[in-house]
Design a binder for this molecule. Structure first.
Ligand SMILES: Cc1cc2nc3c(=O)[nH]c(=O)nc-3n(C[C@H](O)[C@H](O)[C@H](O)COP(=O)(O)OP(=O)(O)OC[C@H]3O[C@@H](n4cnc5c(N)ncnc54)[C@H](O)[C@@H]3O)c2cc1C
Length: 419
């Protein structure tokens, strides 16, 4: 990839990958704002991190996948947190991560929905597949035996409803961030060094003589067509990547989540992330919500359910939140935790996980020179985009600023293998 200055970099997508890429370019040792212009182009009317990057759980794990990218990403997360006060700024902390199996108690419904009345999408559940990383990732240091006893400090789950608990990885290997706070912090830090944030819906990546030359977009208030000239375009549009590059095998899986504010601030919620296997009462089958205690004075708890195949809308602002799906997650959490049951739901939300179709797993990172020189894909991060954003962003920044990726070998994620 050409290294010649001046560079005009347009990053399409203001999610974690786009904003973190802007951060790494503007912090690169050879960055000079007079010769390198960085613009993030984001379609949402509400700013950055309106998609999965603002609504994910926020787990950062050494045992995630793919391993090469995780290794550099985890170390970068540690470094970023030290450098910029991540503990206060974006809720960075090491966290216990366990697998919990047990039974839910019957709890009264908090909505008027009749039992069994569900939208058809919700019947076609898809796993977010985070725990697949345990096999492909770093082996656990010692066997983690299942026990029916909970850890002493896990103060928000019930011993009498627990069938089995096991530690999935030691706390040094698992951490968490608040994904919205992390993404918007990356954006602010990039803006401090001169990056711009433009609201607009990219409609076309324009090329000439085999190189990118500009990005066309519509300016939402006027719907007028606009253009940003570019020497480099970074495609960081998550689940929407194929709308600009249709040959990319990427789609989206919708997933719902809720945040719960515990009733009492006097009871600190112990720092655990739980992957659950819940047997529901009254023969209603099973469920596997992920439940995340989050740091901070409010003691927020996040929980997300399985994915479904509701079609991807044209814009992140048009994602439909199905109240029934959120209620279902809340029922499951209330059924297993008498502490969380006393709290109330603060946010009910949905977002699209970027999903890579076909035999090869994502993400897809690197120059798509078969399409055009200067076009860099940074997408398809599936269920580990929060974890893997810093490694991705560092690699993309090196590609643009130095001409090649130095920090990690990403050859098996090269766009040419997917296009
Ligand atoms: C329920 C759930 C829980 C998750 N939990 C975790 C977790 O604990 N740990 C983890 O590592 N990962 C997790 N993930 C995965 C993670 O959220 C994603 O991999 C990551 O957020 C993807 O980031 P992104 O920047 O690629 O995409 P997005 O966050 O989707 O951002 C893409 C942006 O591009 C914009 N855009 C799209 N098209 C255009 C266009 N044409 N013009 C302009 N802008 C455009 C969108 O508006 C959007 O803002 C979770 C995902 C889900 C759904």
């Amino acid at each position: 990839m050409s290294q010649t200055a001046p560079r005009t970099v347009v990053i399409i997508g203001g999610g974690i990958v786009g904003c973190t890429t802007a951060y790494y370019i503007t912090r690169h040792p050879s960055f000079d704002s007079s010769t390198t212009k960085v613009t993030i182009l984001e379609a949402s009317a509400h700013g950055a991190a309106q998609g999965a990057s603002g609504k994910a759980g926020g787990l950062v794990a050494r045992w995630a996948y793919p391993q090469s990218l995780v290794d550099v990403s985890f170390e970068e997360h540690v470094r970023l947190a030290e450098l910029h006060g991540g503990a206060e700024r974006w809720g960075w902390r090491y966290v216990n991560c366990g697998s919990w199996e047990g039974r839910a108690e019957a709890v009264p419904e908090s909505s008027s929905r009749e039992a069994g009345e569900e939208h058809e999408y919700l019947n076609r559940r898809k796993s977010l597949e985070k725990t697949l990383g345990l096999e492909g990732g770093k082996p656990l240091k010692k066997p983690q035996n299942k026990t029916s006893k909970l850890p002493d400090d896990l103060n928000w789950m019930e011993e009498d409803l627990t069938d089995a608990y096991s530690l999935m990885a030691p706390p040094v290997d698992t951490a968490q961030v608040h994904p919205y706070q992390f993404t918007t912090s990356m954006l602010s830090l990039a803006q401090e060094r001169g990056a711009s944030f433009v609201r607009g819906h990219a409609t076309r990546i324009v090329t000439s003589n085999g190189r990118v030359t500009s990005v066309e977009y519509t300016d939402p208030p006027t719907q007028a067509a606009q253009q940003l000239s570019a020497t480099h375009v970074v495609l960081a549009t998550g689940a929407w990547a194929a709308s600009l590059l249709p040959s990319l095998p990427i789609t989206g899986t919708r997933a719902h989540s809720i945040t719960i504010l515990p009733l009492s601030k006097d009871l600190p919620i112990a720092p655990y992330v739980l992957f659950t296997e819940i047997t529901l009462p009254d023969g209603r089958g099973g469920a596997s919500p992920e439940i995340y205690a989050r740091p901070g004075p409010e003691g927020e708890v996040y929980a997300c359910g399985a994915g479904d195949d509701a079609p991807l809308p044209g814009c992140v602002d048009d994602v439909v939140v199905d109240e029934e799906a959120c209620e279902k997650v809340w029922m499951e959490v209330r059924g297993v935790s008498r502490v969380l049951r006393q709290g109330s739901v603060d946010r009910r939300q949905a977002c699209y996980l970027p999903t890579v179709l076909g035999r090869r797993a994502g993400p897809i990172i690197g120059e798509a020179e078969q399409v055009a020189r200067g076009l860099v894909a940074a997408t398809g991060h599936t269920c580990w985009g929060i974890c893997n954003a810093p490694g991705t962003a560092r690699a993309v920044a090196e590609l643009i600023m130095e001409g090649e990726i130095q920090c990690v070998n990403l050859k098996n994620m090269a766009p040419k293998l997917f296009l």
